[in-house]
Design a protein around this ligand. Sequence first.
Ligand code: SF4
Length: 493
Amino acid sequence: MNYEEDKPVSYCGIFGIYGSETASQQAYYGLHALQHRGQEASGIVTRSFNGDCKAHFNIVKGEGLVSEVFEDTTLLNEILAGNSAIGHNRYSTTGSAKSRKNIQPFMVNYRLGNLAIAHNGNLTNAKALREELVNEGAIFQTTSDTEVILHLIARSKLENQIDQILEAMRRVEGAYCVTILTDDKLIAARDPYGFRPLSIGKLDDAFIVASETCAFDIQAASFLREVEAGELIVIDDQSLQTGEIQSYKIAEQPEQQKHCVFEFIYFSRPDSFIFGHNVDKMRRKLGKVLARKHPVSDPDGERIYVISVPDSSNTTALGYARELEKEEIDARLEIGLIRSHYIGRTFIQPGQNKRETGVRIKFNIVKGVLEGRTIVVVDDSIVRGTTSKQLVKLLREGNPKSIHLRISSPPIMHPCFYGMDFPSRSELIAHSKNGNIEEIKNYLEVDSLEYLTIDEMLEAVSEAGEENFCTACFSGNYPTPVDINFKKEMYEI
Ligand code: SF4
């Protein structure tokens, strides 16, 4: 197991662009910026007109990082010609989800023309819908829930394509952000609870849609606004002339939105703007509340050294150290762990019995920072706990006086059905220890361990509205009904 496999992983990042002569290159850069949202596979579909006024769809997709799938960027505009594109980065973890067939975007040709789709999220009623569609004669090519949306659109009796897509989106439940490319439009939609982020940007005359705004920054595009929860937007040639996009309502927004709080804790990049706020600011706040509620002080009055588990906890650790200083605790942020960024997909991972090597490949300690000191390690989450344990073991080699672990999320007790992939419940350390923090501390062999509580976490993100967050993986309170068969199948419930 590598370090990332002991972290929550999201299924995907999505991108769309309409009205740029270098659409595939823009999609490439956008997907590159969204690489953290999925590293197993990547794909781009473009729409071109090859002198016959007929729309042609071109596709390249494959396993690996964006830079591996699209090796020769000089050929991008030839192979993936056209002024509009959608793209997808994917992460999958188990069984059939790894199949090549499941790599997105998916593309079909049906009675109203070409249609390609890229999806980020998880449809909680996909199984029931799939059964219904199969009974009606639909033949599925993949095991992905995204294909359900395609079949719903293709089998619609309605004549207008936007109506067909709206009808399909009204039937699916759970978490979704989608980009859809048709012969003459780029369409994007976000579920009524707004679980996952989706933003609209502008690059000269072209419009862009992306999971996170860091995909705009990489190409100096400007941020326009977020796709609202429950909104479907349509961008076409008219939009390029007028600068206006069409907006449709998929469903009334529920009273409270349910953004995934993990996007702020761990998943989104700190330089992105999501759910109306800068991730960096929210992550610092999580660190500050963690320091206020769970400080560490040295019994001999010596300085505390705060270190992050790079890179995802860097910002949180900064917030933590600053807050301790504010509370007049002698604390300093230090770099005690160095992370290697050069582990490609093909790097030989050590076998299951060599977990220790796995952590060493990823991290090394700075002995001079650790020796004889009281160390606070700030991390964003603990999933299985296996790599955290190895990391603590590694830190001990630096002979610190003591190691205190501070986690900027509550214990993960339940599975996520909205697009974040956790292992089965029995593998979640907090679940297997019945949420007993003392037992987890003993397992990890740290001198102290504290997590944020659910209330403390919500206090930290309260600027975005405490009620506007999903906390299901901590609390078990799922904001939408979840198909019991789906639960059983995926999570041994
Ligand atoms: S269950 Fe957890 S990971 Fe899933 S959407 Fe809710 S907060 Fe995010």
